[in-house]
Design a protein around this ligand. Sequence first.
Ligand code: AMP
Length: 194
Amino acid sequence: MSKVRSVCVYCGSSGQVSEEYKKAAHDLGTLIGSAGLRLVYGGGRVGLMGITADAALAAGGEVVGIIPDHIQVREVDHGGLTELHVVDSMHTRKRMMVEKSDAFIVMPGGLGTLDEAFEIITWRQLGLHDKPVVIANIDGYWDPLRDLLTHIRATGFGRGEIESYFTFVDSVHAILPALRRAPDALQKIAVERL
Ligand code: AMP
């Protein structure tokens, strides 16, 4: 893993969530912007996505949004970003988000966030990238996901190294330190297969 300069944040597009999740999104954006990191995200103004982007911009950070043209209306593309890429499909969006990022943060979110999180985790399992993935378990939101992942491993449907593909943290302040400490998955896999 080379140095982390750009971080991708996957998070919910809903604004109908409790204040602690909104605060966490705001704090994460502020931390990213003040750390001089570039935020890469889905490009919308809505929900935790918009809150994170606004906070990163307010903290002086660069923010890159990538939004498919067919959901521009639903997710209301953000007018004030450093870069906004309007692309032709969800597939192009997700590929560009991966290419432009050195690390991934999964914040609380819904089905779209889960889709994005599992894509990036399974790509790591396939050895398609070695970038760190941190799952921010704000207020225990992702506890059921953590249990499911343990179950997948315990029943033999996930390989031994499954836990090296991501790191769970319990607070926003633990995210950036965890990204810097995250293990290099490809190296781990190579060693385990010797
Ligand atoms: P959600 O977590 O459902 O609020 O969605 C968060 C983001 O994931 C939104 O920007 C969605 O457009 C995006 N997303 C990515 N892939 C998908 C997918 N397969 N289905 C739904 N939303 C998706």
